[in-house]
Ligand binder design. Structure first.
Ligand SMILES: C[S@@+](CC[C@H](N)C(=O)[O-])C[C@H]1O[C@@H](n2cnc3c(N)ncnc32)[C@H](O)[C@@H]1O
Length: 351
């Protein structure tokens, strides 16, 4: 069953800003690492036409089905892969999809996932305490809630939810176990720390913490960012939209670090790190939605977009590709044009 095909569609966040940040150009090659319902992907394909190509990745097979239906009209130029972006580099090598003009990460969940009670992400609907983005993952939120010790739970809720009442919540969870439903957990948290605090539901931070832990979101983001930088061609763009401070901190630190030359401590007399800048920050300040967007799409309110440009000509992949017998030769500034279109068609229709 295609998840929630009749549910309200996911509205892509910061759409215009994303297209500008990626500097989408006709004939360009792009990766959407979180293709979701295909909203950003469709806009990228529109703006890169004629001749543009898009590789869309999502770890959720239901999201890939939705994206496939949404992007049917672009099937000649769009390849959709059900994979985790933690394997980004291997995916690009496997499909000969590099270097690229831009890579997008629109992190977190789509409305389709949030609104689907059976996925267990939301405390607004009752459902199993699951929270896995991919059914291939072994650990669910219920496994964590029902097997972690009180101190482990408190640590997890504090670290990934930045919840100051983590100990009280953990104690109540342990007392109420087993807890196997989203509303059961939300009720337990309300009992622990009281009802709604301001506009934020008391379960918000604990649900965030569990979701991050179940899907190893922060580890995967850090790994994928490191891979992304070497897949982007000279002057290509890396664009990341994040929705909470833990993600944004990782993105901000990564982009700042990679835009610096020497990163030795200031007291070091001569450079020993050998670090060179690989990125140039395009916007020093984070990009956030206008109030008009937040009014029409309240889920955009916490979005933060950061963008950087690759300033290094990569040559390592060209050696590998030539050694592996790919016929296209390196062209100007490290850009080459793989003979991909036919391959894209075949793979898309094989999904
Ligand atoms: C906010 S939605 C993206 C929405 C999309 N930009 C659109 O316009 O429809 C985030 C998507 O990223 C996917 N996702 C999250 N973590 C992922 C990972 N590590 N690898 C691949 N996809 C991931 C989720 O399954 C979800 O579909």
């Amino acid at each position: 069953m295609i998840m929630n095909m009749i549910a309200p569609a996911h509205i892509p966040v910061l759409l215009q800003e994303t297209i500008e940040a990626l500097a989408v150009q006709p004939g360009g090659r792009y990766i959407d690492c979180t293709v979701g319902a295909g909203g950003h992907a469709a806009a990228i394909l529109d703006h890169s036409s004629p001749g543009g190509q898009l590789l869309g990745i999502d770890t959720d097979p239901e999201a890939i089905k939705v994206a496939k239906a949404r992007l049917e009209a672009y099937s000649d130029s769009c390849l959709l892969i059900n994979e985790n972006f933690v394997n980004l580099e291997a995916i690009c090598i496997k499909y000969d999809f590099l270097p690229v003009h831009g890579i997008l990460f629109d992190l977190g969940l789509s409305s389709l996932q949030l609104d689907s009670s059976e996925r267990g992400f939301s405390f607004q609907h009752d459902g199993p305490l699951d929270m896995r983005l991919s059914p291939g993952q072994k650990i669910t939120a219920a496994d964590i809630v029902n097997t972690f010790s009180e101190s482990e739970l408190a640590h997890l809720i504090r670290t990934y939810g930045e919840e100051s009442y983590s100990h009280r919540i953990a104690r109540h969870i342990v007392q109420q176990r087993p807890i196997n439903t989203t509303l059961g957990l939300a009720w337990t948290i309300e009992r622990a720390i009281g009802e709604r605090r301001g506009r934020i539901h008391p379960a918000t931070k604990t649900f965030q913490a569990l979701r991050i832990a179940v899907n190893q979101e922060l580890e995967h983001l850090e790994t994928a960012l490191k891979q992304a930088i070497s897949l982007i061609g000279f002057k290509g763009r890396l664009v990341v939209i994040s929705y909470h401070s833990l993600e944004d901190r990782i993105v901000k630190r990564f982009m700042q670090q990679e835009s610096k030359g020497c990163i030795c401590p200031p007291e070091t007399p001569t450079c020993v790190c050998g670090h060179t800048a690989r990125l140039r920050l395009i916007t020093k300040k984070v990009v956030t939605p206008f109030s008009t967007e937040i009014q029409t799409n309240p889920r955009s309110r916490s979005a933060k977009l950061r963008v950087a440009e690759n300033i290094i000509i990569q040559d390592e992949y060209y050696k590998t590709i030539e050694e592996n017998g790919f016929s296209d030769k390196l062209t100007v500034n490290g850009w080459r044009r793989p003979a991909l279109l036919q391959k894209l068609r075949v793979t898309f229709s094989a999904l």
